[in-house]
Design a protein around this ligand. Structure first.
Ligand code: OAD
Length: 276
């Protein structure tokens, strides 16, 4: 017999197909764990539980501007690991691309800095990187801008080993445009959200603890008519109180990506993208 989750996924898929609904995604680190990148807050495996080597005053100091200005080393070590190029997209990332190809993608709001939406082939216009990316970098003092490659060349030597902390010509540190605690979010997030918010038909929130604001508020700002689905190991954010029509699926993101594609009749298309 079909279980509740399967029925909910099938009903959502039917609405998407019959009512020409478009889908907006709200993503966090949990959509990328299957690629080998740890998330932040999972007990034991999350990045914040594995920073002992750095002797930080508190875990989030690694992404805090004032701390970075005093001691950029911990972030730089982590940045080397997280720098785009080291990891492959997950099935879930391929689902985003599939939705774009099928014309049912409205937008992907992501907190992730791993660039995997782009690596999966999702086009620029659909991606909103709410917490920035490694694509550009700036000096924390004179704001001179650097490319991702320039920063990488300062971080890593030709043999692939750690070289040093990227310094600006003015002598200060260069920081990739990842949004740190204490920094403003990209203006594009607010502009795009103003344009999109009233038109969200289907909101799929996946792999995020919804603990970092203002991103955590986005899924609560969609209209009452929006069909919302949370795919996450725990119920989080305003899904805890919830709306009558909410779907909550406590399961692995990739498992649900496969099920959703199958319910839409696109199982093979997704397989093809994953194998590409
Ligand atoms: P978190 O680590 O806070 O939350 C990840 C969530 O995904 C947790 O609820 C996990 O249980 C769940 N999860 C992990 N793997 C999963 C899987 N395979 N399937 C389903 N669920 C899974 O990560 P974020 O919410 O992304 O900010 O964290 C938000 C922000 O906090 C990040 O963008 C980062 C961090 O400080 C910056 O770097 C600026």
């Amino acid at each position: 017999t079909e279980d509740l989750h399967d029925r909910q996924i099938r009903s959502l898929a039917e609405s998407i197909l019959l009512k020409n609904y478009k889908v907006t995604f709200f993503l966090g680190a949990g959509v990328s764990t299957a690629s080998g990148i740890p998330d932040f807050r999972s007990p034991g495996t999350g990045i914040y539980d594995n920073l002992a080597q750095f002797n930080l005053p508190y875990a989030e100091a690694i992404f805090t501007l004032d701390y970075f200005k005093q001691n950029p080393e911990p972030f730089c070590v982590l940045a080397e690991e997280l720098y785009p190029g080291n990891y492959r997209p997950t099935v879930f990332h391929c689902l985003l691309k599939l939705f774009e190809d099928k014309g049912i993608l409205q937008r992907v709001y992501t907190q992730n800095i791993d660039n995997l939406e782009r690596v999966a082939g999702v086009s620029d216009e659909f991606i909103v990187e709410a917490h920035g990316s490694f694509a550009e970098a700036h000096c924390v003092s004179c704001r001179k801008s650097y490319t991702s490659q320039e920063v990488w060349n300062k971080l890593i030597d030709k043999a692939g080993s750690h070289k040093g902390i990227p310094h600006c010509s003015c002598g200060n540190y260069i920081k990739p445009d990842i949004v740190f605690f204490g920094e403003a979010l990209p203006q594009r997030l607010f502009n795009q959200w103003d344009e999109d918010v009233d038109d969200v038909d289907v909101a799929i929130v996946a792999g995020t603890s919804l603990t970092v604001y203002p991103f955590a508020l986005l899924p609560s700002e969609v209209p009452r008519r929006t069909r919302r689905m949370l795919v996450n190991y725990e119920k989080v954010g305003d899904f805890v109180k919830g709306r009558r029509t909410d779907i909550f699926i406590s399961a692995d993101c990739d498992t649900i990506a496969n099920k959703l594609a199958a319910a839409l009749g696109w199982e093979q298309d997704l397989k093809d993208l994953v194998e590409k």
